[in-house]
Design a protein around this ligand. Structure first.
Ligand SMILES: [Zn+2]
Length: 456
């Protein structure tokens, strides 16, 4: 069985204090041992050594929210608030064919592994993200998206989703990818669709995900029946003639009524427009949250109340969302901007020391993300027996030197280009600019071709 000893100036296991001059022993797809470099080399003298030098070895990032197939939309719809952005992306998306979506997803998967992300939670309408994730060597959950506001179409949409879930499950057999179900959001799903989705997810033990309480427009739509989501968006989506009444409650309490929170492994994406009672509902129902700070800020959705999440014991990880909204799939930017937004908006200085530290955000992007997907026994930290999902982050570039604290360096100075190696289950899927599983040149060339269709 393939073995190697990975060494670096810093090893951050996340589950334990960091090790100066550390090493990680990998055998096959597992981590065997984590410790001090000198002792590990002495104990395993015949081992092949891979030395990353002035770098951090750490668990791969867990990205709790991706849409790989939207990678080619990078910068295509910028500088717009949420609903206007959503409508533009939807309109432009209709110009792309299946092969375009597929190649766009491969671009997304390529950037993802290059950024040190080893596990994704991707929501997709078609199987393109699934194929791309598999090709890139990623692990995670790919959720089949389902939506309709038309009650008469719910049964048909659910039947199609279930057939896809069966087919996709066969397609990923033997890979570290699991298939789930994602009723899109409160403004695109009829309540009976939430009921049917909950029933299916529970009956088949599927993980599920939903975009929830993201924008103020969504909040106003659910509670008051107003906002652009009630008019322009419904018209464009072909739901103009379907009745929608104000519900009088928040998006979280609305979805609660329809049973979706009974799904054991439910991931709620965004959760920005929530009050303390909503957070209590999420906590009581063990709903995990994908926090997407940069996308939320860029589209003017707001800033999620992280201290409330922590106080109520919610499981929270970090999501990048798609390049259509967020422009890059960069977990470093996400940690940094997420932390700064909280610091910049807090009125309680104690929160700095309680929650808003570099270490906390590294935990959110690794072990807490793993917990949100129910995978904390398998990934999220460097521990013997866990899967060898490991990344190396180089700290030798001019903007990184000198480095005194590796946590601070990762959160406050590093970016996606500093990742020098990404390993999933003991297999190197990205290294020093090269992608062993992908034809990078072709992927980039196709991205330009597909992008030409989105102009204007
Ligand atoms: Zn999304």
């Amino acid at each position: 069985m393939r073995e190697m000893l990975l060494c670096a100036k810093y090893v951050i296991p996340v589950s334990a204090p960091h090790i100066d001059d550390g090493a990680v022993l990998v055998r096959g797809d597992r981590i065997v041992e984590v410790g001090a470099r000198a002792e590990m080399i002495a104990a395993h003298p015949s081992e092949t050594i891979r030395d990353f030098g002035l770098a951090v070895l750490m668990p791969g990032f867990v990205d709790l929210h991706t849409h790989l197939e939207y990678a080619v939309f990078r910068g295509a719809v910028d500088d717009m608030p949420y609903t206007a952005w959503k409508m533009q992306v939807q309109a432009k998306g209709s110009r792309l064919g299946p092969k375009d979506w597929r190649d766009s997803a491969v671009l997304g998967a390529m950037e993802t592994v290059r950024s040190g992300i080893t596990t994704i939670a991707d929501i997709t309408r078609l199987d393109h993200s699934l194929a791309a994730a598999k090709q890139a060597g990623l692990s995670g959950v790919v959720y089949r998206e389902v939506q309709t506001m038309d009650k008469t179409k719910v049964a048909e949409r659910m039947k199609a989703a279930e057939a896809d879930i069966d087919a996709w499950t066969c397609a990923v057999a033997g890979s570290p990818i699991e298939v789930g179900l994602a009723p899109h959001s409160p403004y695109t799903c009829h309540p009976t669709l939430f009921q049917a989705a909950a029933e299916l997810a529970i009956a088949r033990d599927l993980p599920a995900a939903i975009h929830l309480a993201g924008s103020r427009d969504e909040y106003d739509f659910v509670r008051y029946g107003s906002s652009n989501l009630a008019q322009d968006f419904r018209e464009e989506s072909g739901w103009r003639d379907l009745a929608w009444l104000p519900t009088g409650v928040s998006p979280v309490r609305y979805v609660l009524q329809w049973g979706l929170f009974k799904v054991p492994r439910l991931l709620a994406v965004h959760c920005v427009q929530v009050d303390e009672a909503d957070v209590e509902v999420l906590a009581e129902n063990h709903v995990a949250v994908a926090h997407c700070p940069r996308c939320n800020a860029k589209l003017g959705m707001g800033i999620a109340p992280l201290p409330l999440f922590f106080e109520h014991g919610l499981t929270v990880g970090i999501g990048t969302d798609s390049p259509a909204s967020n422009n890059t799939v960069d977990p470093f930017d996400e940690m940094r901007i997420g932390l700064l937004l909280q610091r910049g908006s807090t009125r309680d200085e104690r929160d700095f020391f309680r929650y808003f530290t570099a270490r906390t955000f590294i935990r959110l992007a690794t072990i807490h993300g793993a917990r949100a997907l129910g995978l904390e026994d398998e990934i999220g930290s460097l521990e013997p027996g866990k899967r060898a999902d490991i990344v190396a982050v180089d700290l030798s570039a001019s903007h990184m030197v000198p480095t005194a604290d590796p946590y601070s360096a990762l959160v406050h100075t590093a970016n996606q280009e500093n990742v020098s190696m990404t390993m999933v289950a003991g297999r190197v899927v990205y290294q020093d600019g090269s992608h062993p599983t992908l034809d990078a040149e072709r992927v980039l060339a196709r991205a330009h071709e597909v992008r030409a269709k989105l102009r204007g």
